[in-house]
Write a protein that binds this ligand. Structure first.
Ligand code: SF4
Ligand code: SF4
Length: 382
């Protein structure tokens, strides 16, 4: 049984990487579609973390037929990753149907959960539904008045995930002023790596999604957590934005929320992100190419001190698209700065070959179009 799960997990990982490569190629090829949409199937949550402004204790689930329509609309807009979040999305009675529809429409299916409802059979159902990624956020070792998302409660769930999940799992620990014992975040990250998961660290924001700088002890722990991540392409390693956020310093970047990133609330309205609900607040059914284009160019005044990492990540892909050579140079330079013994891996050498030499870049572009079946964009957004 264990061996079968391992074989299936490996096979699914290969298939997922290929789909991600296609997503990456599409994101590089054109800026005229959303890369990532977060969609809320239910606002209700079974917990009540004190720092959270994204839940209530009473909302009913969005009717399944309506959710399927919204997923179809996101697919029509060309969305490549669809993330189900909440509230607690596992409270939606037809969650697996929604995941299946996301996969049928060719997108990558991701779930953000507090993990409380995970048991072996539920994990196997998520496997069968075709889930690609699951993210759990764990705030502390022992439950306290701030959060019940504790390793003590969730470690059993993590072990079940390590045993049964055929999808990729990422465990997010958090730092920030409401967190009572910052050292817990390091322990959570170490446990995630020990179980073979990706460990990420988030920095808590205020109720407008804006930065709250870390103290000295939290900053040291933050650096320790980043060192645990060995992947060259890890956003946390590359992400100078996270270090600036941790220090309370501004970031220079273009937020493409409303275009490359969409947040669809339980009422079916498109907002910039979970922390900018109310803008532009247009029904998804009416959201089209002109909205995507307009919001791509709209300057968001909240950008310098924004902590919403998934929007930064989509913006990073656009930064690579606009200046692949510059970004690849920065990527290797940064990795070498944190690890002088760093040897450029084969994949990165291949990318350098593709992008740093203009003749190769043109050839790669042609090959990628053929391999991934991409059409030449009618007009490229700047
Ligand atoms: S579990 Fe998640 S959605 Fe629920 S209250 Fe906590 S942070 Fe908010
Ligand atoms: S900069 Fe963008 S992602 Fe960040 S809070 Fe503002 S609208 Fe949201």
């Amino acid at each position: 049984m264990r061996l079968l799960t391992t074989i299936r997990r490996k096979a699914k990982t290969v298939a997922r990487k290929l789909r991600e490569a296609r997503m990456f190629a599409r994101a590089m090829h054109s800026a005229r579609h959303p890369i990532l949409a977060q969609i809320v199937p239910i606002r209700r949550c079974n917990l009540a973390c004190v720092y959270c402004n994204e839940f209530d204790s009473h909302s009913p689930p969005v009717p399944t037929a309506e959710m399927l329509r919204r997923i179809d609309r996101l697919a029509e807009l060309g969305t490549t990753i669809i993330t189900l979040s909440g509230g607690e999305p596992m409270l939606h009675p037809d969650l697996d149907l929604l995941i299946r529809r996301i996969r049928q429409r060719g997108a990558i299916a991701t779930l953000i959960t507090n993990g409380y409802f995970l048991v072996p059979e539920r994990i196997r159902q998520l496997n069968r539904a075709g889930l690609d990624y699951l993210q759990i956020s764990i705030d502390n070792l022992e439950p306290d008045e701030t959060s019940k998302k504790s390793l003590k409660v969730l470690d059993r769930k993590l072990q079940w995930l390590a045993r049964h999940a055929e999808f990729a799992v990422s465990v997010n620990s958090v730092l920030g002023s409401p967190v009572r014992r910052p050292s817990d975040a390091l322990a959570v990250s170490r446990r995630a790596h020990q179980l073979g998961f990706t460990g990420t660290v988030g920095i808590l924001h205020d109720h407008n999604g804006q930065v709250m700088p870390l103290g000295r002890e939290q900053m040291e722990i933050f650096e320790e957590i980043l060192k645990l991540e060995k992947a060259v392409f890890s956003f946390s390693h590359y992400g100078r934005f996270q270090r600036n956020i941790a220090r309370g310093e501004p970031n220079e970047w273009r937020c493409r929320a409303g275009s490359r990133f969409l947040y669809v609330c339980e009422d079916g309205l498109v907002h910039y992100c979970s922390q900018r609900r109310g803008k532009p607040a247009i029904p998804l059914a009416e959201y089209g190419a002109e909205h995507l284009e307009r919001e791509f160019h709209t300057v968001k005044p909240c950008a310098p001190f924004c902590t919403i990492s998934c929007v930064h990540q989509t913006a990073m892909l656009d930064a690579v698209r606009e200046d692949p050579r510059g970004m690849l140079r920065q990527l290797t330079a940064r990795r070498r700065a944190s690890d002088p013994a760093f040897q450029t891996p084969a994949l990165l050498r291949a990318l350098e070959w593709m992008f740093l030499e203009p003749r190769n870049a043109a050839l790669f572009n042609r090959v990628a179009r053929i391999v991934f079946g991409l059409r030449k964009p009618a007009r490229r957004l700047p």
